[in-house]
Design a protein around this ligand. Structure first.
Ligand SMILES: Cc1cc2nc3c(=O)[nH]c(=O)nc-3n(C[C@H](O)[C@H](O)[C@H](O)COP(=O)(O)OP(=O)(O)OC[C@H]3O[C@@H](n4cnc5c(N)ncnc54)[C@H](O)[C@@H]3O)c2cc1C
Length: 796
C-alpha cells in the first residue's frame, strides 16, 4: 500500500485536532505538569551538544546523574574518544596509554541516556534551528551548546597547511605522532623536529616528544643525539603568560636538554622539510609541529553568531551567545565578553557545571545565572620526565612531587568518566516524574495525547501532516519499471518485471538497536537488501513498515525523516526505488522492508545455499560479533570505538561482494544474519550434502567482540542459536576456545558467507579486499560428507 492512501482523511485529522485542542486541557497543562514515566516519556525538548570538549563531558555526566524528564540530549562529535588535554603531554611522553587520556563519549552518552552522533558539524541554520552536518541530515535543536575547542590557524602562513602538523584535531595529530615514532625507530641518522609556538602547549609538547623519542632510541641502543629539536616563538620570551620564575625554570630545562630556542622568530613560510622566519632565515626540519595561538572554526562565520577578532563566539556571563540566547558556548571556543580568559582546558572543565545548570534553567523557562570564572588559576606544566612546574600568579614550584600531584588530579578527573555509577541499580522503581519543560498550549496538547491511551488498528497510524512532511523531504531513486510508485501514490505500487527476468522477494523487520535513527535506517535497509544480493539478484523496489513512538509532532517527524533518509540513501545507492510503506505508532522505533529484486529467468546468476562442493574454500566477507557488542552497549561494557567499527561494518553493502563472488564462480552463498555463523553454515551444508571444517583462528572478528563474548555478554538470541551445537563434531574439545561463542552470535547486516572453488580462493579474497571488504578471509573448507551425523568440525 502506498503512503498517501494510508493517511487519515483531512476531515478526520481536523476533528481529532479540535477534540484535543480543548482550551481547558491546554491551560491545565501549559505550565508544568506533564507526568511521564521513564518507560513512556515523550521527548519535549532537544538539547544538542556540539563537540565533546571538556565542558560538555561534564554536562553529559551531570544530565546522566540527574536527567530532566522530557529533555533529550544529543551529543555530536567528530571523535568518539575525546582527549583530556591535561594528560596529553604525558601520553606523548609514554607515561599514559591512549585510553588513559581519552574519554569514551559514546559510552558516556549511553550512560546518560543521550544520543551520540559521530560526525563533523559544518554549520548552523539558526532560523530552522538545525545543526548542519557533513555526512548526514541536519539535526534539529531547541537549545544548542557549542564546545568544539580552538582551531589552529595555519592558513595565514604559506605552506603551513600542507607541510606542518597542527596539534588539533588531536586524533589527526596522534596519527602523525605515531607515524613519527615509527619513522624515528626505523630511520637511522639525524631527524630535525621543529615546534612552532612558545606557549605552555608548545613547550610541554616538545619536552614530552623529546623525552619519549630519546627513550625509544636508547632502548634500541642508538644515540639520542640523532634527534635535533628547535622551538620557534614570535615573542621575546617563551611562556609569556607565566611569571618570570616559571619562564626561567623552563629556559633552564630547554637549555639542559639541548633544545635550540629561536625567540622573535615568527615563522612566515613552511615548505617540504624547511621553514623560514621573519628575519629571512631558513631552517631545515623533517617534522614541523604547529602549536601557535588558534582561532575559531571557519564554519562559525556563517552562523550569524557574533564572534571576536579570533573567531571565537562572544558569550555573556551566562555562557549564552550575545546574539542568540538559545545558543550556548563553552571552553576555548567561547569568548566571555566580561572576563577574557586564557585558552586552557582548566577553564573549559570549570564551565561544565554552570553550563549544565543554565541549560536546565533555560529549558524550564527560568533565567540562567551568571558564571564568574576565577581570576588566577593553577597551571601544572610537565617537563616530559615525570617532573612538572606549578605556576599560579607570581608563584612557582618545580619537582617530581608536582608531577605526582598533577597525575593524581588528572587521574581523579578521568575516573569520573570511566567509572560511571550504575544508575539502573540506584534508580527508584519507575516513578512518574513531572517535567519542568515549559510548553505552549499546542505542545501541551500533543504531549498529553502522546501519553494518553493510543488507538490500535488504523488509529495507530502516524498523522497525515507529520508523515507527508517527513516523507516529502525524501528523494527516492526513480526507475522506469516502477509504473506507479511514491511519485503518484495509490492503493498499491505497480512495478514491471522486464522480459526474461524473474522476481526475488524478501522481507525483514527490526527493532531499533541504537538510538540514532539515521544510522539505524541505513543498517535496516542494508540488512534487508542483503538477501537479494546473496541470491545474485539486483534490487528493484522496496516497501517499508515503520513504527515510531508517539510524541510531539515535530519530534516524531524528525525521527521518521532521519530514519527514512538513512534508509533511502542505502536503497538509492543500490538502485532500489522506495515505492510505498506503512507507518504506525508503537512503543519502540522499528523499521522493516519488503524488497523485490530481479534475476534472469534462467537463474544463471542465482547463488543458492545448496551448491557447496567438496574442495571448495569457505569465505566470509565481513567480521562477526554484532550480537555480543550490541548486547554489551547498554551495560556500558564496550568501548565506543568498537561500536563505531561495528556500525561502519553494518553499513557496508554486500552488492560488490556478491558480484565478485559470482565472478570467481561462487558455488553457494548466503548473507549472515540472525542464526549466526554456524546456523547459516548448516543451512548450506545440509542441502549441499557436504561437511565443513570451520577454522576459528581464521574468523574475522569485530574489535571487542571476543572480549564481550568471553565475558558472557551475549545476545538474547544466542541461546536459541546455541541449540545448533549438535551440528558440531568436536564441540566438547572446542568449548573453551575464546571464539567458540561467536559462531552462535546473531549478526545484523552481516557479510556474505560463500564457497568458491579452492583454486580461486586466493584471487577472490584479494579482489574482495581490494573492493573494501578488508576483513575477508578463508574461514574453512568443504569436505565430502562423512559417516558422522555432525557435519561441522571446528579447527582451533
Ligand atoms: C599540547 C597541549 C597541551 C595542553 N595542555 C594543557 C594542560 O595541561 N592544561 C590545560 O588546562 N590546557 C592545556 N592545553 C590547552 C587545552 O588543550 C585546550 O584549552 C582545551 O583542549 C580546550 O578544551 P575545549 O573543551 O574547549 O575543547 P577541546 O578539548 O578541543 O574539545 C573539542 C571537541 O570538539 C570536537 N569538535 C571540534 N570541531 C568539531 C566539529 N566541527 N564537529 C563535531 N565535533 C567537533 C573535537 O573532536 C573535540 O572532541 C594544552 C594544549 C595543547 C596543544
Amino acid at each position: 500500500m502506498s503512503w498517501s492512501r494510508m493517511l487519515p482523511q483531512p476531515g478526520v485529522v481536523r476533528a481529532r485536532r479540535q477534540a484535543l485542542n480543548l482550551q481547558s486541557l491546554a491551560a491545565l497543562l501549559r505550565h508544568v505538569t506533564v507526568f511521564m514515566q521513564s518507560t513512556n516519556q515523550p521527548v519535549l525538548r532537544d538539547i544538542v551538544l556540539v563537540g565533546g570538549g571538556h565542558s560538555h563531558v561534564g554536562v553529559i555526566r551531570n544530565f546522566g546523574m540527574r536527567p530532566v524528564p522530557g529533555v533529550r540530549l544529543t551529543v555530536i562529535c567528530r571523535d568518539t574518544d575525546t582527549p583530556y588535554s591535561g594528560m596529553l603531554p604525558g601520553y606523548i611522553a609514554g607515561h599514559y596509554s591512549f585510553d588513559d587520556v581519552h574519554i569514551d563519549l559514546r559510552r558516556l552518552a549511553q550512560f546518560a541516556g543521550a544520543r551520540f552522533y559521530r560526525g563533523q558539524v559544518t554549520g548552523l541554520d539558526r532560523v530552522a534551528r538545525k545543526v548542519l552536518m557533513a555526512d548526514r541530515p541536519p539535526v534539529p535543536y531547541d537549545l544548542l551548546s557549542i564546545n568544539i575547542g580552538s582551531t589552529p590557524q595555519l592558513g595565514s602562513v604559506p605552506g603551513a597547511a600542507d607541510h606542518a602538523v597542527p596539534v588539533k584535531p588531536i586524533f589527526e595529530f596522534n596519527q602523525r605522532w605515531l607515524a613519527l615514532l615509527e619513522r624515528v625507530r626505523t630511520h637511522k641518522g639525524k631527524t630535525r623536529i621543529a615546534v612552532v609556538g612558545g606557549g605552555a602547549g608548545g613547550v610541554e609538547l616538545l619536552l614530552a616528544m623529546q623525552f619519549r623519542l630519546h627513550n625509544e632510541l636508547r632502548g634500541l641502543g642508538r644515540d639520542p643525539g640523532e634527534l635535533v629539536f628547535d622551538l620557534f616563538t614570535s615573542g621575546a620570551t617563551i611562556l609569556p603568560t607565566h611569571n618570570a620564575w616559571v619562564r626561567a625554570a623552563f629556559e633552564r630545562v630547554l637549555a639542559e636538554r639541548g633544545v635550540q630556542v629561536h625567540r622573535e622568530a615568527e615563522v612566515r613560510a613552511v615548505g617540504a622539510g624547511s621553514l623560514s622566519t621573519g628575519d629571512g632565515k631558513r631552517f631545515e626540519a623533517d617534522e614541523i609541529m604547529w602549536v601557535t595561538r588558534a582561532g575559531g572554526a571557519a564554519w562559525l562565520t556563517d552562523t550569524g553568531l557574533e564572534l571576536d577578532d579570533s573567531g571565537f563566539i562572544r558569550v555573556a556571563d551566562t555562557l549564552q551567545s550575545i546574539s542568540d540566547p538559545d545558543v550556548f558556548a563553552a571552553g576555548d571556543i567561547a569568548a566571555m565578553i566580561n572576563h577574557p580568559l586564557e585558552k586552557a582546558g582548566v577553564f573549559a572543565v570549570r564551565m561544565g557545571p554552570p553550563l549544565a545548570e543554565n541549560l536546565r534553567r533555560r529549558v524550564a523557562g527560568s533565567a540562567p545565572i551568571p558564571y564568574r570564572p576565577q581570576r588566577r588559576w593553577l597551571a601544572l606544566i610537565s617537563t616530559g620526565d615525570k617532573l612538572a612546574v606549578a605556576s599560579r600568579g607570581l608563584l612557582g614550584f618545580r619537582g617530581a612531587w608536582v608531577w605526582r600531584w598533577k597525575d593524581w588530579i588528572d587521574r581523579r578527573f578521568m575516573t569520573k568518566f570511566s567509572d560511571l555509577p550504575d544508575m539502573a541499580l540506584n534508580a527508584a522503581p519507575v516513578t512518574p516524574a513531572p517535567s519542568p519543560v515549559k510548553l505552549d498550549a499546542d505542545e501541551a496538547t500533543q504531549a498529553i495525547s502522546a501519553i494518553a491511551m493510543r488507538c490500535g488498528g488504523c488509529g495507530a497510524k502516524v498523522g497525515a501532516s507529520v508523515l507527508s512532511r517527513a516523507l516529502g523531504a525524501l528523494d527516492p531513486v526513480q526507475r522506469d519499471d516502477v509504473l506507479i510508485g511514491l511519485k503518484s501514490p495509490d492503493d498499491a505500487a505497480v512495478v514491471r518485471v522486464p522480459p526474461g527476468m524473474a522476481m526475488v522477494h524478501t522481507v525483514d523487520f527490526f527493532r531499533a538497536f541504537i538510538d540514532d535513527p539515521y544510522i539505524f535506517g541505513k543498517v535496516a535497509a542494508n540488512h534487508s537488501l542483503g538477501d537479494i544480493f546473496a541470491m545474485g539478484g539486483v534490487p528493484q523496489s522496496a516497501t517499508s513498515v515503520v513504527t515510531v513512538p508517539p510524541g510531539l509532532e515535530a519530534k516524531v517527524e524528525d525521527t521518521l525523516y532521519q530514519m527514512m533518509a538513512g534508509a533511502v540513501e542505502v536503497l538509492n545507492a543500490a538502485g532500489c526505488a522506495l515505492v510505498g510503506g506503512h507507518t504506525g505508532e508503537g512503543h519502540e522505533l522499528a523499521l522493516g522492508f519488503a524488497i523485490n529484486g530481479l534475476i534472469d529467468e534462467q537463474l544463471s546468476a542465482v547463488m543458492r545455499k545448496g551448491g557447496m562442493r567438496a574442495g571448495d574454500a569457505l569465505l566470509l566477507t565481513k567480521p562477526i560479533g554484532t550480537g555480543t557488542l550490541f548486547a554489551a552497549l547498554p551495560l556500558l561494557k564496550v568501548r565506543g570505538r568498537w561500536i563505531d567499527a561495528a556500525l561502519d561494518s553494518m553499513c557496508v553493502s554486500n552488492a560488490d561482494g556478491a558480484r565478485i563472488l559470482r565472478h570467481f564462480g561462487a558455488t553457494a552463498c548466503t548473507d549472515l544474519t540472525g542464526f549466526g555463523l554456524l546456523g547459516h553454515l548448516v543451512e548450506m551444508t545440509r542441502p549441499s550434502g557436504v561437511d565443513a571444517e570451520l577454522d576459528l583462528g581464521a574468523l574475522p572478528v569485530l574489535d571487542g567482540a571476543e572480549e564481550t563474548a568471553v565475558a558472557g555478554i551475549l545476545s538474547s538470541l544466542q541461546p536459541a542459536n546455541v541449540r545448533l551445537r549438535r551440528a558440531l563434531r568436536n564441540q566438547a574439545e572446542m568449548i573453551e576456545h575464546p571464539r567458540y561463542r561467536l559462531i552462535f552470535d546473531p549478526q545484523t547486516a552481516g557479510g556474505l558467507l560463500a564457497t568458491v572453488p579452492g583454486e580461486h580462493a586466493a584471487a577472490c579474497v584479494a579482489a574482495l579486499r581490494a573492493a573494501g571488504y578488508s576483513h575477508t578471509a578463508v574461514i574453512g573448507r568443504i569436505l565430502p560428507q562423512g559417516d558422522a551425523l555432525e557435519p561441522i568440525t571446528l579447527k582451533a
